[in-house]
Design a protein around this ligand. Structure first.
Ligand code: SF4
Length: 375
């Protein structure tokens, strides 16, 4: 039976990181009301579908208190009774790792922690406006492990102006020694309406340098390979058997139900839905029974383009059989451009799949846009 993923968006953060444009609020006083609204939506979205993974993202789910976790967990068990979980992940920040929180997460059945470490350099963490420091970062991993968590992922960010190539290599060497199972490594990007964008535009922060990004991406690939880690998606790396299960639903076009402000849902075929990304409006709508989401039905071109955008990022690549089942004209129409990417060693063809080379990963947005159907 096809499994569905369940996602909860917890839209609160203690403070805004300089590079982040996710949906969150630093007004923590609305947390009780938001959790009550999440539970109302959980009831509304009730289904007998088999739930295969639960993921709490944000924002900062680790800001939730024990009473919130228990309230939400009761709702999940009541309204999504058919569960065969392969994974239950929560995103947590190092400063929230306490024995009390770890016990609560164990009690409700969390199997995997995704820790927002980002950097081990205190000056860089301050520059990013993160709450934690490097000592808290390392201690949080140890504490989680001592309290029974055996599947830990950490997030790291490379390419920033304060990170030298040597420092990046040292961070990766440190990470490999932490007995963790998964690393998500993201190239720093300048997102619109962030403090980083503002500071760079005013000359208060140095510009990002492409050469540094490329060099640190190459270090990442070399170190992962050398240490036996699987580069299974452009930003995701794991030890054998520890690929992210819930997140793979997004790349594999599998169904998921997203609950909370700004959360997205997908029925695994052609319907996408997204909730209003505003905490006050979300709470109000749930309380007075007003519609709080929009949805769209994807056409054949949308489906094909979405498949290209996600599949190309994975080590499985674009499956030509699959893409032909969406539109048999695609391979013929793109034959020349595909051959030119293969000649330039940006793509390689393995059996019936097109896979990005490391060079190709550096220009993946360009390759993706060239392969997508326009119109
Ligand atoms: S990076 Fe994470 S902790 Fe920082 S503002 Fe964004 S969601 Fe919040």
């Amino acid at each position: 039976m096809l499994k569905t993923g369940l996602y909860f968006h917890i839209p609160f953060c203690k403070q805004a990181c300089s590079y982040c444009n996710f949906h969150f609020s630093t007004q923590l006083k609305n947390m009780d009301d938001l959790v009550s609204a999440l539970c109302i939506e959980t009831e509304q979205r009730s289904t007998d579908n088999l739930i295969g993974s639960i993921y709490f993202g944000g924002g900062t789910p680790s800001l939730l208190k024990e009473k919130h976790w228990l309230e939400i967990q009761n709702s999940i068990n009541k309204y999504f009774p058919n569960q065969a979980l392969d994974e239950f992940t929560i995103e947590v920040n190092p400063e929230d790792i306490t024995v009390t929180n770890l016990k609560t997460w164990n009690t409700i059945g969390v199997t995997r922690l995704s820790l927002g470490i980002q950097s081990l350099n205190d000056a860089e963490l301050v520059w990013m406006n993160r709450v934690h420091n490097s000592e808290q970062a390392s201690n949080s991993i140890k504490m989680a492990q001592e309290n029974g968590f055996k599947n830990i992922s950490i997030d790291l960010i490379y390419g920033g102006p304060l990170k030298t190539d040597d420092a990046w290599e040292n961070e990766l060497t440190w990470a490999f020694k932490q007995n963790i199972q998964h690393i998500s490594a993201y190239a720093l990007t300048i997102e619109p309406k962030t403090r980083l964008e503002y500071e760079i535009s005013k000359g208060k922060s140095p510009e990002l340098q492409d050469e540094r990004m490329v060099s640190q991406f190459n270090i990442l690939q070399t170190e992962m390979l050398k240490n036996g880690w699987d580069s299974y998606e452009i930003s995701n790396y794991s030890l054998p058997g520890f690929n992210a299960i819930h997140n793979a639903r997004y790349w594999d076009r599998m169904p998921y139900i997203g609950i909370g402000p700004g959360a997205h849902s997908f029925n695994g075929r052609e319907i996408r839905r997204w909730n209003v990304a505003n905490n006050a409006r979300y709470i109000e709508c749930l309380n007075i029974g007003r519609k709080f989401w929009e949805d769209e039905e994807l056409n054949a071109n949308n489906i094909l383009n979405e498949y290209i955008m996600t599949a190309i990022r994975t080590s499985k690549g674009i499956d030509l059989h699959k893409i032909n089942s969406f539109d048999s004209r695609w391979s013929v129409a793109n034959q020349k451009i595909i051959e030119s990417f293969i000649t330039k060693e940006l793509l390689l063809k393995r059996e019936e799949s097109l896979i990005l080379t490391n060079e190709g990963k550096l220009v993946s947005d360009y390759i993706t846009s060239e392969l997508m159907i326009v119109g």
